[in-house]
Ligand binder design. Structure first.
Ligand code: NAP
Length: 308
């Protein structure tokens, strides 16, 4: 048996993240009962076909009854609706957590509805792919990846430790920070790169002098890696942009300033400035590989990481 065990876990949302958690729970025998809940009958049916849980229901309220751990894995903009639906059905002493990519907004949406005696501990596993839905998930997605918690003031330490042990059992490394700091860090390491990718791919799509077939044919030269990011779920990314607005706008304005510097260096033929920047950024890539967050293969290690 694993280091952590729950009688009953409720999974609200069973897409890429929820279904990956479900697969790990099953593989590692972390719970006796796993209640799966999602808003559409179609996704619920698919989750049942994939045998992701032991019980299935459309009703999130029904799902959380008697659950010791509730994991909400829905787009961040849907957090409040879910919180309202489950609030009065939560078991006293239950741990409620989420996996949302933004934290301050999720807390603002969920915390006011959480009843006394329930431990609400926001979290965010830094793991994923550009795919979505229950078929996209896989066991081991969280292995060697960070899971960040943004505990609220007065959080029960025992509940926090239990939740950390849960994620460590899934293979994650855990860390804590304030929601505001989380949102800033994620704005630079994840949100900005996705927005840049959406923008580049959108620009290429709008270009009239280069045909779509040429964009696809010659895409290996850099563009391809942006298309992977730009293929991410539109609902999820719309919600992230709307719910981490301030931090994203701050990073975008820094980015625009730096881009203007680069633009100027190119215009005036300032090769030294370009060389200095490109040398600095190359070292960052090396540090990421050394930290075990990617492998040094030409496909950015995606295939290898997927199979880990
Ligand atoms: P996903 O594969 O698209 O699955 C979304 C799940 O939420 C589905 O069960 C879907 O239900 C449900 N859902 C969608 N809209 C909803 C709404 N308005 N109200 C209630 N339920 C709704 O998404 P995901 O990639 O697992 O992402 C889930 C959460 O994890 C998001 O908050 C995201 O920010 C976070 N996250 C994602 C990644 C990533 O790389 N994908 C990484 C870390 C964290 P139906 O299918 O039944 O409609």
């Amino acid at each position: 048996m694993s280091d952590v065990h729950f009688e009953r876990i409720a999974l609200i949302g069973i897409g890429l993240i929820g279904s990956s958690i479900a697969r790990d729970i099953k593989e590692l025998s972390i719970a006796n009962d796993v209640v799966v809940s999602t808003r559409s009958a179609e996704t619920l049916k698919r989750a049942e076909e994939l045998q992701l849980g032991t019980h299935y229901t459309i009703s999130a309220a029904e799902a959380v009854k008697n659950a010791d751990l509730v994991i909400v894995s829905v787009p961040v903009g849907a957090s409040e609706r879910v919180a309202i639906e489950i609030a009065s059905h939560l078991k006293p002493g239950a741990i409620v957590t989420d996996v949302g990519s933004t934290k301050a907004s999720v807390i603002a949406q969920m915390q006011p509805h959480m009843p006394q005696g329930v431990h609400f501990i926001p979290g965010h596993p830094l793991a994923g792919t550009e795919k979505s839905g229950p078929d996209a998930g896989f066991a081991g997605l969280f292995r060697s990846r960070w899971c960040i918690f943004t505990p609220l003031e007065g959080t029960d330490q025992q509940a926090l430790e239990k939740l950390k042990t849960f994620w460590k059992t899934l293979g994650s490394m855990v860390d804590e920070m304030t929601p505001e700091h989380h949102d800033k860090v994620l704005a630079i390491v994840s949100h900005l790169p996705h927005i840049i990718a959406y923008n580049i791919v959108g620009t290429a799509d709008d270009l009239e002098t280069v045909t779509e077939s040429e964009v696809i044919k010659y895409s290996a030269s850099g563009f391809r890696d942006f298309t992977r990011l730009a293929a991410s779920d539109p609902t999820m990314w719309r919600d992230i942009c709307l719910h981490n607005k301030d931090a994203i706008l701050e990073m975008l304005s820094r980015f625009s300033e730096d881009l203007a510097y680069l633009q100027r260096a190119i215009r005036w033929g300032e090769g030294d400035k370009l060389f200095e920047l490109f040398t600095r950024t190359r070292a960052i890539r090396r540090s990421i590989v050394q930290a075990g967050q990617d492998v040094d293969t030409p496909d950015f290690g995606r295939h290898i990481l997927d199979k880990k």
